[in-house]
Design a protein around this ligand. Structure first.
Ligand code: ATP
Length: 245
């Protein structure tokens, strides 16, 4: 049995019950129940405006209004990565990674995390000296150094060119294999979801419209023959027909 399959039986890292969120009387999340098992790599797909970021923010504990309406259980150590690296421009790369950490071995861990994401030697660089892909690598290092039980990623590769995105997919999956946090990756890219995740959720009209387990060995390429059927099911759930592609 693959190691990640074993972890699916573990207690859920995230439990949502009856989660509802409205803005100005408009319901964006409608009574959502969801369990994310510990150590699972899940992707959340949905059209623009379907509420993906709202759901992620709720799980991250960044939206206090939503928590009041339902029940949310999430781990203590949560890291969030966004589309924009959010590095502080006035701090060098290593100092960005270390922000908010402490302990005498923090700097060493920061260096190790930068080496893991392929930024060894760039510790003293300024954020504006990094490419977009490198900045996202640094953002991943910053999230890793906190040893998160849950990694929430909101379209982390959305602003990158296609080739860089593929390299980042490989990196993210490798990091997940090594550290095994629970991951929730928000994306509107169906291929990104099925190449990376073992479970893909589709958010539609405030509900989880489709909850699909992807059973194909890793590493997966976009052309993996097993992925075609999953792609079609997800596109159908998103209301995208072949004619639209
Ligand atoms: N703070 C807010 N105030 C008012 N409306 C909001 C707020 N945050 C989100 N919304 C609305 O909630 C809906 C869902 O937004 P959300 O950002 O969660 O969607 P999304 O699926 O992440 O979209 P995208 O893929 O474009 O990032 C949108 O209609 C948005 O305008």
């Amino acid at each position: 049995m693959a190691p990640h399959t074993q972890q699916l039986t573990a207690a859920p890292a995230v439990q949502l019950r009856g989660l509802t969120r409205s803005f100005d009387g408009r319901t964006v999340l409608d009574d959502i129940d969801l369990d994310l098992p510990a150590g699972q790599f899940t992707a959340l797909l949905g059209h623009s405006g379907s509420g993906k970021s709202t759901l992620l923010r709720a799980i991250a504990g960044l939206d206090h209004e939503v928590v009041g309406s339902g029940r949310l259980t999430a781990p203590e150590r949560v890291s969030v990565v966004f589309q924009d690296s959010r590095l502080l421009p006035w701090r060098r790369v290593l100092d960005n990674v270390l922000l908010g950490t402490n302990g005498k071995d923090a700097a060493e861990k920061g260096r190790e995390a930068l080496a893991e994401v392929g930024l060894k030697g760039r510790e003293r660089a300024w954020p504006n000296e990094l490419s977009g892909g490198e900045a996202q690598r640094a953002a991943l290092a910053r999230s890793l150094v906190r040893e998160p039980e849950l990694l929430l990623a909101d379209e982390p590769f959305g602003a990158l060119d296609a080739l860089t995105r593929i390299r980042m997919h490989v990196l993210l999956r490798e990091l997940w294999e090594r550290h095994r946090p629970s991951v929730l990756l928000v994306t509107h890219d169906v291929d990104e979801a099925i190449v990376l995740a073992d479970r893909v959720l589709v958010l539609d009209r405030g509900r989880i419209g489709l909850d699909l387990t992807i059973e194909a060995p890793h590493p997966r390429s976009y052309r993996h023959p097993l992925l075609g059927e999953y792609r079609e099911r997800l596109l159908a759930a998103l209301g995208v027909t072949e004619d639209h592609q």
